[in-house]
Design a protein around this ligand. Structure first.
Ligand SMILES: Cc1ncc(C[n+]2csc(CCOP(=O)(O)OP(=O)(O)O)c2C)c(N)n1
Ligand SMILES: [Mg+2]
Length: 213
């Protein structure tokens, strides 16, 4: 068949029941799926060593009857080749789990402070913790594929795209609170109506913008 899908997940997600159910289902029913696990070594503050006692995440596929592979997730060409091959297998009815080894460069979210839990020096290879963008840029320069002008243009383009995206997102008005209730069921239930009435009266008495979090 021509169709296959890629399901993306993190290293932390592999501890959840859904992951194992999905892997089992895929193995039993020959589902055309590539599970792409981005192993960035952290699930917020929980390190990979505390996430699983397995030697690798890729090896978990074996228990479900299909192939699991590791790839250098900081090498775009290697990821492209590996996922391309996995998709070809998936189209044949052979699901694949790809464990992409990378590293979280920054905080998990703006409310996270990794300095509270992350060691300054970690026992991980440099190919994994180094900045993949810088590494790929160096590679392309060495191959003579890109030069200073191209790199500068690329950065300017990317920054302009980001600025435009931020501007577009900030221009969106705050949503109407009623929207929360409108798209849940095809036919509204009395309970949803009750909840909406409760929220409407709550908002008449409280201004959420004045709350301190
Ligand atoms: C059942 C459940 N427990 C806890 C959380 C809180 N939580 C949100 S993201 C996250 C970490 C996810 O880590 P990972 O799967 O490695 O993804 P990453 O963000 O590192 O790519 C956690 C624990 C959640 N969303 N759901
Ligand atoms: Mg993670």
């Amino acid at each position: 068949d021509e169709h296959a899908v890629v399901a993306y997940l993190g290293d932390g997600a592999t501890s959840e029941g859904d992951f194992h159910e999905a892997m089992n289902f895929a193995g039993v029913f020959d589902a055309p799926v590539v599970f792409l696990c981005e192993n960035n070594n952290w699930a917020i503050s929980l390190p990979r060593e505390r996430q699983t006692a397995s030697d690798s995440i890729a090896q978990k596929a074996e228990a479900y009857g299909f192939e699991g592979v590791q790839v250098d997730g900081n090498d775009p060409v290697a990821v492209y080749e590996t996922v391309g091959g996995a998709l070809a297998d998936a189209r044949e009815g052979n699901p694949v789990l790809v464990e992409s080894l990378t590293y979280r460069q920054g905080a998990h979210t703006t409310s996270d402070d990794p300095e509270r839990y992350r060691p300054a020096e970690e026992d991980l290879p440099e190919w994994r913790t180094a900045d993949p963008l810088e590494r790929f840029e160096t590679y392309l320069r060495e191959q003579g594929v890109v030069d200073d002008v191209f790199v500068a243009e690329c950065r300017a383009d990317a920054e302009a795209e980001l600025d435009a995206a931020i501007e577009a997102a900030e221009a969106v008005d705050a949503p109407d609170a009623d929207d929360v209730f409108d798209y849940v069921y095809a036919e509204r239930t009395p309970r949803v109506d009750d909840q909406q009435r409760w929220l409407t009266s709550y908002l008449e008495r409280h201004d959420p913008q004045q709350r301190e979090f």
